[in-house]
Design a protein around this ligand. Structure first.
Ligand code: NDP
Length: 397
């Protein structure tokens, strides 16, 4: 039995707490802390107040984080606040000698750019302190990286081509909404496309490359090549990959809204003066868009996320597709959150479980594909994200 401190009481935090509270044999004591304590309290009330303690915390303040960690004494801190907080929480974990897990890599507030270099720079310090950092343990990054590690371990001698395919075929009934934090989401999908080929990164204009792909039990959906953070660590950890790409589906309505938002300057991250005070356009936009945590009630349809891989096994060419389909309605019925939060929160809870069971525990900073995928894959099947494998099929890519 372990003690866990979860930071962030949004859509993903809601799912993490539901799953952890349902596994008291693993998560003996749970604390949920976030900027707005009332949000922690309402999540705790849903799973049973006696199961979860709550606290207010500003995770941008390292001394406050250190105080909270010292008073609760968790075995691991699960960061499901925003990527801006990653380094502060990693610093506080280092100071208190407590392990760390997150679902998204660090992004500086003033630059729409994310890469692992900032977090990888903690490797030696974490190693020396004898603590573990598990990076990117949501679905993508997270399960997609674990699927890749599982494929490498069980099905390929050499992997050559990897395409991660992420389809949200759900309908929330709103003209425009983002499925997770709008600020982070819009920053991610409006940047340049990028993929790995023959040892270097190839850049594309945003959404320049697209094609319809067939998703199991869903059908064809227009899929757009975008950059996604797990590509950075996967091409390092699986150096036989000649090409690695990431595809995400977007509807025409979504793309039209996004274009308008960008054209009128509402996606801007530089402060502008308004009524005598500075505001950041994208932060204001977040305030008026639907809260992703509230989308669940009317959400229908499925997500389908997986990896399509081509390579060699026993000297012969092999293709392989591994995926999970997740129902928005089933996710909502279980946790009160939609499938995008669910598919992120369940892996985060499993990652913390892997640490507490001493299965994923080694000093240093690691991306999830650097651990044994098998025990994690087993838990996905048990905890609501079952996966399906297809061998020697047409990958369309
Ligand atoms: P939300 O915006 O719904 O929730 C974020 C929570 O963090 C809010 O409760 C917010 O507080 C809290 N928070 C923000 N800043 C601070 C701070 N300084 N101190 C303390 N708490 C803070 O986001 P989501 O739940 O949708 O996403 C959470 C994380 O999951 C994000 O990092 C996102 O990038 C990641 N993610 C990862 C995915 C994956 O597959 N790997 C997919 C989807 C998301 P308040 O309520 O006061 O605003």
């Amino acid at each position: 039995m372990g003690k866990v401190l979860v930071i962030g009481a949004g859509g993903v935090g809601t799912v993490v707490i539901h799953k952890m509270a349902s596994l008291p044999e693993v998560f003996g004591e749970i604390m949920l802390a976030s900027r707005t304590k009332s949000k922690c309290d309402s999540i705790a009330a849903k799973v049973g107040k006696d199961k979860v303690r709550t606290e207010q915390i500003d995770a941008d303040n390292v001394p406050d984080l250190v105080r909270l960690i010292k008073s609760f004494k968790p075995d691991i801190v699960v960061n499901v606040a925003l990527p801006y907080q990653d380094l502060n929480i990693m610093d506080a974990c280092l100071e208190t000698g407590v392990s760390y897990l997150d679902t998204a890599n660090y992004e500086p507030l003033d630059e729409a750019k994310y890469e692992y270099s900032w977090q990888w720079a903690y490797r030696e310090k974490y190693k020396k302190a004898g603590i573990t950092a598990i990076l990117g343990c949501g679905f993508d990054p997270g399960v997609t990286s674990i699927f890749t590690a599982y494929a490498a371990k069980h099905h390929f001698d050499e992997m050559h081509y990897l395409d991660i395919v992420d389809c949200n075929a759900g309908d929330h009934g709103k003209p425009f909404a983002t499925n997770f934090n709008p600020e982070i989401n819009i920053r991610e999908v409006t940047q340049k496309g990028r993929y790995w080929e023959d040892g270097k990164w190839i850049y594309t204009k945003p959404h320049e490359i697209h094609k319809p792909l067939n998703y199991p039990n869903i059908g064809p959906k227009e899929s757009y090549l975008i950059y996604h953070e797990e590509l950075e660590s996967l091409v390092k950890n699986f150096p036989t990959l000649k090409r690695a790409r990431f595809w995400m589906t977007f509807g025409q309505e979504y793309l039209t809204h996004l274009r308008v938002i960008q054209n009128i300057g509402m996606a801007g991250i530089e402060p502008v003066m308004f009524d005598g005070r500075e505001i950041v356009p994208i932060k204001f936009l977040k305030a008026v868009l639907p809260d992703p945590g509230e989308l669940g009630a009317n959400y229908t349809g499925w997500t389908s996320i997986g990896c399509r891989i081509k390579g060699l096994k026993n000297g012969k060419e092999k293709t392989y597709y591994i995926y999970n389909n997740c129902s928005h309605q089933a996710a909502y019925a279980e946790t009160g959150a939609q499938a995008v939060s669910y598919t992120t929160g369940v892996p985060a809870a499993i990652g913390a479980m892997m640490y507490l069971k001493n299965i994923w525990k080694k000093p240093g900073v690691f991306n999830v594909e650097e651990f044994d995928p098998d025990p994690f894959m087993e838990q996905l099947n048990l905890l609501g994200l079952p996966w399906v494998e297809l061998h020697d099929v047409d990958l369309e890519l």
